[in-house]
Design a protein around this ligand. Sequence first.
Ligand SMILES: Cc1cc2nc3c(=O)[nH]c(=O)nc-3n(C[C@H](O)[C@H](O)[C@H](O)COP(=O)(O)OP(=O)(O)OC[C@H]3O[C@@H](n4cnc5c(N)ncnc54)[C@H](O)[C@@H]3O)c2cc1C
Length: 536
Amino acid sequence: MRRWNGWGDESNDFPLKPEGLAFVRARLGEARALPDASLPAVLAQVPPSRLPAHPLIDTGAETRVRHARGQSLPDWLAMRSGEFGIFPDGVACPRNTAEVRTLLDFCLAQDIEVLPWGGGTSVVGHVTPVASARPVLTLSLEKMDRLLALDRDSQIATFGAGTPGPALEEQLKAEGYTLGHFPQSFELSTVGGWVASRSSGQQSLRYGRIEQLFAGGIVETPRGTLEIPTFPASSAGPDLREMIMGSEGRMGVLTEVKVRVTPLPEVEKFYVGFLPDWASAVRCVRALAQGKVQLSMLRVSNAVETQTHLVLAGHPNLVGWLERYLRIRGVGDGKCMVTFGTTGTKAQCRAALAQANALIAAHGGVNAGTPLGRKWESTRFRSPYLRHGLWEHGYAVDTLETSADWKNVPALVDAIEQSLREAAGGFGEKIHVFTHLSHMYPQGSSIYTTYVFRCAASYAETRARWAAMKQAASETIVKFRSTISHQHGVGRDHAPYLAAEKGPLGIAAIRALADHFDPQGIMAPGVLLPQQEDNA
Ligand SMILES: Cc1cc2nc3c(=O)[nH]c(=O)nc-3n(C[C@H](O)[C@H](O)[C@H](O)COP(=O)(O)OP(=O)(O)OC[C@H]3O[C@@H](n4cnc5c(N)ncnc54)[C@H](O)[C@@H]3O)c2cc1C
């Protein structure tokens, strides 16, 4: 069963190994775990629902608790402390487009706010209800989880918008296809959520971001039904898909999603190599991206992330052997790990591997082969469980991300990490911070920073530490004129920073679009556009 107060399935865990715990303690000091609230204690706080009765709406306390929060760090702190504050007034799980329409019409008639819910994996407060004079309905797409049609000639599959990653890939695999969209939240996130929040998967280098995969579909908006037809390409004015991608529930509810699928690859392998230092590592992956080498994934970790991964792997003897070998090859302290994949026909993979090996060698690096690559593959969707492993020992972990042109990447990585260190220093605390680049483009790259810090003596203080660090890093990103999100979206947490990126005219245009589709303003108020914008 899915956890009500954390990530994933209750039967799965990723405990911190002794070497990992010692490593974190050495960097941050001893920590004490904060007490967790129990489910019965939280259920007892759920207030009576303000919703009028409707056969499609469940107002039971447990359903409301289980749909009250996403996966941001503030969400996590709320779930662990039991201090939810606000719960949705009810949850509806429609089974088809017609039921979504019925629910939207009911909400319009009764002046009810609607929060669409895909897999609830948002890390930026998308699905978190806030205080409102109107009742709030969380509209979960979880029962719309099936492959509805497959056009083999055009390679377009139509899915219910609530289909989560594993179910989507299983149903496609049975037909000989893959979508190839693998965000780290794959286990729980859904195809509708990917579109609504402009998601990017680990193998975007081969398959593209969701922007390239989303072909069309059906959106039920408060104003009516928007059907987005599929074209291979079109020059007929602005693209309707662009109004829906990244709309974060503001324009309506995606009910059916058409995606571009690919026949299953003949072979797929993942490799791990090492470069002598960060500067050569960044130059190497930039050359791979700009040389359009046909890799399916590419990630480069800075030296601290590399060291952290090697320690957390928990195989000190094997890692010791690897490090001795690398040293002989001229790759020692300060080394940076590059993880990459080849996917396709045997000939395509051979060619890509040869080109990658040549570029790694030309930058002074070594390809250590598939053993660590297989390890990455086997744990690629398990690492979110590590938040539990750290939490049990009194440590909190969060991530943030952006993207930047290559000329700004190294300076921005340093500035983000430094802003986090300084903000933590303001509390007299250290943080363990590290970064990787995981989505490469000829123009630039995503930047993904992870930071681990000690919980304070109370939840409120821990939240304050997080807020200071998040604000400092977000302001740094804005100062560099980088995007406030490469893949997590805007939600509520990034909404205050969006205006810096879009400008007043851009924000007004997004606002006008939301008002057009939703004149009564019932769809996810405060998400994407800041609350004051909503009240303006
Ligand atoms: C551990 C972890 C790892 C992650 N890794 C990645 C990653 O690698 N890449 C990445 O891109 N993201 C990642 N994320 C972020 C998150 O998974 C993505 O934003 C994802 O696209 C959200 O999908 P979801 O189905 O869970 O949507 P939700 O979180 O339920 O909703 C997200 C937003 O989309 C809206 N929405 C959802 N479904 C619909 C619909 N059918 N119609 C209209 N609006 C809808 C919601 O209202 C909300 O505004 C990660 C999150 C976690 C917790």
